[in-house]
Design a protein around this ligand. Structure first.
Ligand code: FMN
Ligand code: SF4
Length: 455
C-alpha cells in the first residue's frame, strides 16, 4: 500500500516524536479545520465518513457520538480503550509506538465534537513500554499547548468554532482481559473491580462516575485526524463502502512474515496471507484461519478464496472482522487442541458474575480436555455444542459469546477433526469394561473413566 493511503501508520521515521509529527502536518490542518466548525458539524463529518469502530463490534463511530447528551453544563468523558488483550490482536500497540500523536490528536477532535472536558486513554497493564511512550507523547503535547488550558490560545476558533480545551490522562490497566469490555473498563478506571455492568443504562447516559461517556478503540480514534484532513467524502471512498477506510490487520500463526499490515478494507484474506505475510512455511496447506481474533468463528482452509476483510464480507461467510487479528493454522494443526487452548483462556478470564459463563466456560474446557485425552464419546461433541449454545445470549457481557463462538463454530466446521479423536478412543478401549456414568445411561458405552473430572 502506498504511503498516501496509509492513514494510520505512514512510513515516516520517528513519527512518534512530536517535532516530526508536527513537521508532517500534525496538530495542524485537522485541528484548524475542526475548530472552524461547530462541534456537531465535526460529529456529522465523522458520521458521513462511514467510519466503524475497530474495537470488535464495528459499530458506526459518528452515530455512537450522537448518543452523548447535549448541554453546556453536563460533565462528559471520552475513554479510549487500549486494553488490547484479545489473543491474535496486537494492532493498537503499533499506534502507541509509531504514531501516538495521531491518537492524541484524534482524542482532541473527538472531545471537541462531544464537548468533553476530560479524556482518558486506558492502556493494557502489560504494555509497560508503550504506556511510557504514550505518557511522553501526552507530556510533550501539553508542553506545546496542544492539550490542556493552553489550547484556548493555541487553537483559537474561527468561523463557527467555539473556544475549547480538554485534559488527557493516561491510565495503566489492571491486567485482565475482561476490563477491555467497555463497562468493566469504566469500573476499572474508577478504581473498582473490573466487572462488566448490566446494560441499560448504556455508557452514553451513565458512564464514568455516572456521567455520559463515549468509549472508542485506539485505532478508531486514530482515524479521526485523517477524516477531518481529507474530508468525509474522500475517506468514504477508501476500501469497501459499508466499512470504509484502512484497517490495521495482524497476521500471526503459520505464516512466513507475521506482522501488522495497513490495507484498505475489503482486501482479500488470501492476499493478507500470501502477499503480505508471504505464505505458509514449507508451502503447507492451510487448515484453519480465525480472521478477527480468537473469539471469532473460524474459517476452513477451503473457505478462504474470495473472502474480503471487512465487516459485511466476513459476516456473509459466517464469521466476523472482530479486531482484525488473522490467525493462520496449517494442515498439521491439531484443531481440538487449539480449541482447548482457546477455551482455557476464556475460562480463565471469565469474571464469574454470570452462571452460564462462569460454569459453562469451565465445562467447555473440561470436555475439550477429555476429547484431547482420548476419553470422549461422540455425545461429548454434541455436549460441547449444547453448552456453547447455552452460554450464548445468556450473559451480562459478550465474553459469553467470545467463549461460545469458537467452540460452536469450530465443532460445526471441523467435525472430522473431532470424530477422529473420538473414534481413536473407541479403538483403544476394551468393550464392556466401562459403562456410562450418565444418568439413565443403561447402555454400556466404550469410554474411559473418570468421565467427568472433579476438582
Ligand atoms: C470481553 C471483551 C473484551 C474487549 N476488549 C476490548 C479491547 O481490548 N479493546 C477495545 O477497543 N475493545 C474491546 N472490547 C469492545 C469494547 O467493549 C467496546 O465495544 C469498544 O472499545 C468500542 O470501541 P469502538 O466503537 O471504537 O470499536 C471488548 C469487548 C469484550 C466483550
Ligand atoms: S459473561 Fe462472563 S465475563 Fe461477562 S459478566 Fe458474565 S461472567 Fe463476567
Amino acid at each position: 500500500m502506498s504511503d498516501t493511503q496509509r492513514l494510520i501508520l505512514p512510513n515516516i521515521p520517528n513519527l512518534h516524536e512530536i517535532d516530526v509529527y508536527v513537521k508532517n502536518g500534525g496538530y495542524g490542518d485537522s485541528m484548524r479545520k475542526a475548530f472552524s466548525m461547530t462541534p456537531d458539524a465535526v460529529t456529522d463529518e465523522v458520521k458521513r465518513s462511514g467510519l466503524r469502530g475497530r474495537g470488535g463490534a464495528a459499530f458506526p463511530t459518528g452515530l455512537k457520538w450522537t448518543f452523548m447528551p447535549k448541554g453546556p453544563d453536563k460533565k462528559r468523558f471520552l475513554l479510549i480503550n487500549g486494553d488490547e488483550s484479545e489473543p491474535g490482536s496486537f494492532k493498537d500497540r503499533q499506534i502507541f509506538e509509531f504514531n501516538p500523536h495521531q491518537m492524541i490528536e484524534g482524542m482532541l477532535l473527538a472531545a471537541y465534537a462531544m464537548q468533553v472536558r476530560h479524556a482518558y486513554v486506558y492502556i493494557r497493564g502489560e504494555y509497560g513500554h508503550w504506556i511510557k511512550m504514550v505518557q511522553k507523547a501526552v507530556d510533550d503535547a501539553y508542553a506545546r499547548g496542544f492539550i490542556g488550558p493552553k489550547m484556548l490560545e493555541t487553537f483559537k476558533p474561527t468561523g463557527e468554532g467555539v473556544p475549547y480545551s480538554v485534559d488527557i490522562t493516561v491510565h495503566k490497566g489492571a491486567g485482565a482481559y475482561i476490563v477491555g469490555e467497555e463497562s468493566a473498563l469504566m469500573n476499572s478506571l474508577e478504581g473498582q473491580r473490573g466487572y462488566p455492568r448490566v446494560k441499560p443504562p448504556f455508557p452514553a447516559n451513565f458512564g464514568l462516575w455516572g456521567n455520559p461517556t463515549t468509549i472508542n478503540n485506539v485505532e478508531t480514534i486514530a482515524n479521526i485526524p485523517a477524516i477531518i484532513r481529507i474530508g468525509a467524502e474522500a475517506y468514504s471512498q477508501i476500501g469497501e463502502a459499508k466499512h470504509p477506510g484502512t484497517l490495521l490487520l495482524g497476521v500471526s500463526g503459520h505464516v512466513n512474515r507475521p506482522g501488522i499490515y495497513e490495507v484498505p478494507s475489503g482486501t482479500l484474506l488470501t492476499d493478507m496471507i500470501y502477499k503480505y505475510a508471504q505464505g505458509v512455511p514449507n508451502d503447507k496447506k492451510i487448515k484453519m484461519v480465525i480472521p478477527g481474533g480468537s473469539s471469532m468463528p473460524p474459517l476452513r482452509g477451503d473457505q478462504l478464496e474470495g473472502v474480503k476483510m471487512d465487516a459485511e464480507s466476513l459476516k456473509a461467510v459466517g464469521s466476523s472482522i472482530g479486531t482484525g487479528g488473522i490467525m493462520v493454522m496449517d494442515e498439521d494443526t491439531d484443531i481440538p487442541s487449539v480449541l482447548q487452548r482457546i477455551s482455557k483462556f476464556y475460562h480463565h478470564e471469565s469474571c464469574g458474575q454470570c452462571t452460564p459463563c462462569r460454569e459453562g466456560t469451565g465445562w467447555l474446557e473440561k470436555i475439550l480436555k477429555r476429547v484431547n485425552a482420548g476419553q470422549a464419546s461422540q455425545a461429548d461433541i454434541q455436549l460441547l455444542e449444547d453448552v456453547a449454545k447455552n452460554i450464548e445470549g445468556r450473559t451480562i457481557c459478550a465474553l459469553g459469546e467470545a467463549a461460545a463462538w469458537p467452540v460452536k463454530f469450530t465443532v460445526q466446521r471441523f467435525p472430522e477433526e473431532f470424530a477422529k479423536k473420538v473414534s481413536a478412543t473407541r479403538e483403544h478401549l476394551a468393550p464392556n469394561k466401562v459403562h456410562s456414568l450418565r444418568q439413565g445411561g443403561l447402555e454400556p458405552v466404550q469410554i474411559n473413566v473418570p468421565l467427568i473430572e472433579r476438582n
